[in-house]
Design a binder for this molecule. Structure first.
Ligand SMILES: *[C@@H]1O[C@H](CO)[C@@H](O)[C@H](O)[C@H]1NC(C)=O
Ligand SMILES: *[C@@H]1O[C@H](CO)[C@@H](O)[C@H](O)[C@H]1NC(C)=O
Ligand SMILES: *[C@@H]1O[C@H](CO)[C@@H](O)[C@H](O)[C@H]1NC(C)=O
Length: 441
């Protein structure tokens, strides 16, 4: 496992920031920390980059424009092209994947790891895919509560999933969501041979009219857009906005999670199971990911220019602009409306960005997990984690967070849309002295 004391310093720095401000569709971020991260916390810098939700941010233009799709096959021979989220500033020519957690190159593949007291690892592409075809070849993790995922997630929380629970190595669970609205009736399973011991090639073919999930070239499931009409909202409840590819391993079976999540994940994680004893972590093994853009001549689904932005809070495909806006921040003090913000003494930027700004600039180790899938318990309730200070806890709340870990619960606002998930993590990391090495610092 890669360890880095620098990283610990980075998390310690984050831990000194003020309590995070939460955000959702009804509670936008304030102007002083305008960007709503994927997990529903306000800040600048990395909060404004990949995953920043324009519909819950201060303004539609608070998030940094999202790099457009590019055809590319990513092979994981080493850590080339993978950048820690603490270093990424939005340049897709230098970074293919932004990482949260710890990965280990192993035999021409990459192990995404989940060590005890961590929430696992997620890699997200720097670029966004607006329809297209994506394939990933991997072996899942195994064990109670261990979840592996390969998903597409847009900034307005359209989502297309493959998920695997480590107690059922014969099933790929598929799902999709429109703007984060939880609807647990849309899941579908694909039966397979042992997903831990065998590589399979999982594929998502996504067009404006359909989603097809294929495994090893065989169609496992198809969902047509025409079958997704929502008469209440007068909309197609169909994923339609540019999305990042995310691959991850995460602890659905964390003892502090909602019971429904734990049950779905196959039970509470055994942090002394065989994989932990042998390697020190649970892991999922990724060999490659290949993206083919939809490459339309006209919207929707183009990738002709530099970046995607939204011009309307509807957040639908006809509000996406494929335009020329730049995607790169000068520093982690920047936002979509202040791309060139920088530290007075730029030399200090890498030392302790949060301390010198007083504003959260790197979301807490948000964990891996998919965007929407909260798996509420039988009563239909969901939970959110305790203190609402994800990524911003002080050393004093570290002990709390060690107990609460993170919650994969959802916060559902009155309109029924999901506001985002809460993960209390950084403090736990700091408290436990467990370093989630990023390997790239
Ligand atoms: C998919 O399989 C899991 C068990 O692995 C089960 O809990 C779930 O209900 C199945 N979903 C569907 C839609 O059949
Ligand atoms: C239809 O849209 C309404 C309003 O947004 C939402 O509350 C409801 O959950 C949607 N129904 C489904 C099945 O997605
Ligand atoms: C957006 O997608 C819908 C289907 O979801 C389609 O009918 C419509 O033409 C699309 N709008 C644009 C501008 O492409």
């Amino acid at each position: 496992m890669v360890r880095s004391s620098l990283l610990l310093a980075a998390f310690a720095a984050i831990a000194t920031v003020h309590a995070a401000t939460k955000c959702d569709l009804d509670n936008h971020c304030p102007e002083s920390q305008p960007c709503c991260s994927q997990y529903g916390d306000c800040g600048k810098g990395a909060y404004c980059l990949g995953g920043c939700d324009p519909l819950s941010s201060f303004g539609l233009d608070s998030c940094v424009p999202a790099p457009v799709c590019q055809d590319k096959t990513y092979t994981f021979k080493d850590m080339t092209g993978i950048t820690s989220k603490t270093k990424y500033l939005g340049d897709p020519s230098k970074t293919d994947w932004v990482m949260d957690g710890s990965a280990v190159p192993y035999k021409n593949s990459l192990l995404l790891t989940m060590a005890p007291s961590t929430v696992g690892t997620v890699l997200a592409t720097s670029r966004y895919m607006w329809y297209g075809n994506v394939k990933a070849k991997f072996k899942t993790g195994r064990g109670k509560g261990v979840v592996t995922a390969f998903i597409l997630l847009s900034d307005v929380k359209d989502e297309i999933d493959y998920e695997y629970v480590g107690v059922d190595l014969k099933t790929a669970q598929t799902n999709y969501y429109y703007q984060g609205i939880t609807n647990y009736k849309e899941g579908g399973n694909i039966s397979l041979s042992d997903t831990f011991n065998n590589y399979h090639e999982y594929e998502i073919r996504w067009t404006p009219d359909s989603i097809t999930w294929l495994v090893d070239g065989q169609v496992g499931r198809t969902k047509l857009r025409k079958d997704t009409w929502n008469a209440t909202s007068n909309q197609w409840a169909f994923p339609q906005t540019p999305a990042r590819v995310q691959i991850s391993i995460w602890p659905g079976g964390l003892a502090s999670n909602a019971q429904g999540t734990i049950d779905w994940a196959g039970g509470v994680i055994d942090w002394s199971g065989p994989d932990i004893q042998a390697n020190g972590y649970y892991y999922a093994q990724f060999e490659s990911v290949s993206v083919e853009c939809f490459n339309a001549d006209n919207a929707p689904g183009t990738n002709k220019k530099t970046s995607y932005t939204y011009n309307n809070k509807a957040g639908t495909n006809d509000t996406v602009v494929d335009g020329d806006k730049p995607t790169i921040l000068k520093s982690l003090l920047g936002t979509g409306t202040d791309m060139n913000a920088n530290y007075a003494d730029s030399g200090s930027s890498s030392a302790d960005p949060s301390a010198s700004s007083g504003v959260a600039v790197i979301p807490g180790l948000d964990g891996a997990g998919p965007g929407t899938d909260g798996h509420p318990d039988a009563s239909g309730s969901t939970t959110s984690s305790g203190d609402g200070q994800d990524g911003s806890g002080t050393a004093a709340d570290a002990a709390d967070s060690t107990e609460t870990g993170f919650s994969q619960g959802l916060e559902t606002n009155p309109s029924g849309a999901v506001a985002g998930k809460t993960w209390s993590v950084v403090a736990a990391v700091v408290a436990g002295g467990v370093v989630l090495g990023m390997g790239l610092l």
